[in-house]
Design a protein around this ligand. Sequence first.
Ligand SMILES: Nc1ncnc2c1ncn2[C@@H]1O[C@H](COP(=O)(O)OP(=O)(O)OP(=O)(O)O)[C@@H](O)[C@H]1O
Ligand SMILES: [Mg+2]
Length: 514
Amino acid sequence: MENREEIGTVISGQESPSPSSVDFVVNKGIVHRGQFVELPCSQGTMFALVNDVFKTNRYFERADSVKEFESSGSALFEQFPTAEWEYLVARTRPLGVFTKEGLTKRPTFPPSPGTRVSLAKKESLEKFLQFDMESGLHLGEVEHHGLSVNLNMSSLLKKHLAILALSGAGKSYLVSVLLEELLDRKREDGRIATVVLDPHGEYSSFAEPPNEKAAKDYSSKTKLVKARDIKIGVPRLSVNVVSGIIPGLSAPQKRDLSRLLSKLKSEMKQGLGPFDLTDLREAISRDEAIKENSKGPLIAWLDSLREMHLFGKTDNPSIVDLVKPGQLTVIDLGDLIDLKKKQVIVSHFAQRLFFERRNKTVPPFLLVLEEAHQFVPQMAKSETAISRSIVRTIAREGRKFGASLCLVSQRPVQLDTTSLSQCNTHIILRIMNPYDLKHIGESSEGLDSKSQEMITSLRVGEALIVGEATHYPVFFKVRQRKSQESKHEISLEKAALQFEEGKEKKDSETEELL
Ligand SMILES: Nc1ncnc2c1ncn2[C@@H]1O[C@H](COP(=O)(O)OP(=O)(O)OP(=O)(O)O)[C@@H](O)[C@H]1O
Ligand SMILES: [Mg+2]
């Protein structure tokens, strides 16, 4: 192996070297946790991830002798060359072996003690981690290696992505970086459509030309839909959808509703035009086949739907007009407080998108669900988890149709495990909560306990990716965004100042009036 940067030598210990653990002493320079190293072995070139680094010094091994020397008044390190006996040892986890034929294999045989260890070369890492340097999505850099994290779009998204971390760790920032990459793609590389369901109105900045000169303008590729403008067309509603929104419909009531919906639909086709909830209500009260004691509750339920002010004669906006290749649609739910209403909207868009994708009337798409635990909760009853079943369906079947999900959550424990387990790539940023960590450890394949431990020491904007997209866990630093950051995040100090200034202004205006 030419031009390798040798940094250490494999040492012999009780459990190392083995196919799952290799320790080496560092002879030259420094080695950091999260770095990759390579070393020759009988099967080819072994790649390993540095899980831990620690220092040893045999002079300080025994508590009794250290204490003895120190208390005798003559400090140990002054009498003996203790500093020369300090060693830096790196503990690594072998990830795979690059065989001479160019294949990657699981390590099944250990390297010998005494084997020289080198820092992994950039080119071999790119190949080993299956980065797509030509048309991959550039999300960040692997620290210490100067390596761009360029992930193949299919491997990252096709079988769904989950982005998990505690609040403020940089999930939305990373999503913005991902959106930029999708929007910047060239047509010949394959452009998908992206729809973001945005509970906090964080992504609406994509739709506005930026104030800052340095920021990149994505406004021509972004469509913004405000929650208050959304209407769900009643003629498209099925009984199953309705009974998902209003729980407790009895079987006969569902039958009646289904019959009347079909009747109105056929009248519509005959030329009467689309109908809304008022028309449906009238049809129910006119209908003679429905028992009186069933009619009252049905009408009351419909009225509760009407109070949501969400239903109309047709869909607005129409999904087919909205979703375009290489474009971003932000559905801003920021003004809504009612969780049920948000779930109905999420459910509607997810259903329509999936349906239209199956009919190939819309391009392959990525549906980003922020605060996913609110829309796909694990524990909630189905009437308080209206959007769960369609998200589960897309999670299970979407990859066959080019319908991908990106679930974003700061509460992975509360996120539906059925959906989460279908996400074949997980990007994990900082997480501290032990329950969340345990849950992630159980749901992320290939995440060993050391990597789990390292998650707690990640800083904002640092991430670990595990799963389909890289095959091996990779720590990386999320790149800087190009788009303008939304104004939604302001400091507590600023918010307090704004409030007081606003109040003073009001007070002085009142004084002037008097
Ligand atoms: N990679 C990064 N580089 C620079 N700043 C970042 C990075 N990631 C996050 N930040 C900053 O950290 C703050 C929090 O980030 P972000 O809003 O993405 O967190 P979050 O995980 O989405 O939190 P929440 O769960 O509350 O939505 C933001 O002000 C953002 O600018
Ligand atoms: Mg966020």
